[in-house]
Design a protein around this ligand. Sequence first.
Ligand code: AMP
Ligand code: MG
Length: 493
Amino acid sequence: MTAAPPLFAFDNSYARDLPGFYVAWEGAKAPEPKLILFNDALSDELGLDTSRLKTSEGAAIFAGTEAPDGSSPLAQAYAGHQFGGFSPQLGDGRALLIGEVIDTNGRRRDIQLKGSGPTPFSRGGDGKAVLGPVLREFVIGEAMNALGVPTTRALAAVTTGETIYRDGPKPGAVLTRVAASHLRVGTFQFFAARGETERVRQLADYAIARHDPDLLDASDRYVLFYRRVVERQAALIARWISVGFIHGVMNTDNTALSGETIDYGPCAFIDAYDPGTVFSSIDAGGRYAFGRQPNMAQWNLARLAETLLALIDPDDLDKAVDRISGELNRFPELYSAAWQGEMRRKLGLEKEREDDQAFFESLLTVMQAGAADYTLTFRRLGDAATGDAAPLRALFKTPEAVDTWLSAWQERIRDEGRPPQEVKAAMDRVNPIYIPRNHKVEEALSAAESGNFDPVRTLLGILGEPFAEQPGLEEYAGPAPAEFAGYQTFCGT
Ligand code: AMP
Ligand code: MG
């Protein structure tokens, strides 16, 4: 009998190129691995053997119980500012990078297990994850992807057969996450905080080779690389804001240099527009409130800048500070250009105007005063483009309050001269009708905790096609009912 071919064509650059940046480790033995969700489309994109991965062989791998051929499981070292305070050592305390594959588009992707047992970085934690948060990351991450937001992906969710105690007994679970890389601001901070400049350099060169290979031979590559990271963060946060997403834990260890959204914890989408919205139970101070996210991204980028100073000009730190601040200080303007671009698309506008920022902000002001649902306002503006303003007006506490802004917008649309049907179609392609509504997510997760996975599968299906309005799915399109006011999300890992 010939042995089955390897399930993954691993090529593990992190393990190979960065010894000293991780601890080689193994997953805990799960008593009864069971595959709950599997992402066929992503598996195909990764060039994997989808049908074989959906057998018990796959379940054991995704639980961390069996290391697949060619894998080099490891826990990565990283530090991080958490809610403003620096922790010099965080690291993968409940995750293992099992390896990297080159996907069918030629892109290198990390495959990581989250919840696969304790590691030397666990700091007293159990290294485990429970079903609710695993499914939450799966559902919200895949919804973000369907909305066109750069994000890590979810390949598989398994239950382990273990009971884990959090606020009561919970089913143990492991998420298989796919990422462009797991390089975080905190990875640089880990080595910079120890004064290990050569390691910071090694890490930066690795990051450049991986994410910005065109910069490898540039003499000022660290500044140019930093510029790219700043640009990616500005674009990413503008995408978050455009879809109404609150990350909830924008710590530097949860900021990926790839520009992907990473580490879904107490994240959620806003209903009514309010920049002060906070859902996370651990963010009482509102540090990571919806409207503060651009500022917090810039704050995190400043922490990254500090780690690179010694590489940029070791002999003249003042000069290094000048050079890198020049890049960091571009963030607000990059962000507002990106945000205006998002808004223009959402509003079906093709031409830029001098007063765009003020014009777009005035819509938000009207929305906030009228407690209008953020997602539906843009969707219903699409209907208003073709003449039916009633569904839009109905979203506002006092419908007349939106009329002035609406007329100004309709005039702009007329001035641009595109046929209204075309404007509406363009708007419907970018303004979702279905987002992960908090009450629908909670409903699906609690059904899953009692062993019924149908609602979570249904929800995933709907969120996978967020722009196509379908009859019969009205309950997925609206905000949470009033009882849901004061909704809180928990980090519960
Ligand atoms: P996160 O909430 O994913 O950003 O994680 C922050 C830090 O806490 C990381 O170093 C994690 O590895 C660690 N951590 C979170 N939950 C656990 C757990 N259950 N066991 C061990 N470490 C954990
Ligand atoms: Mg994290």
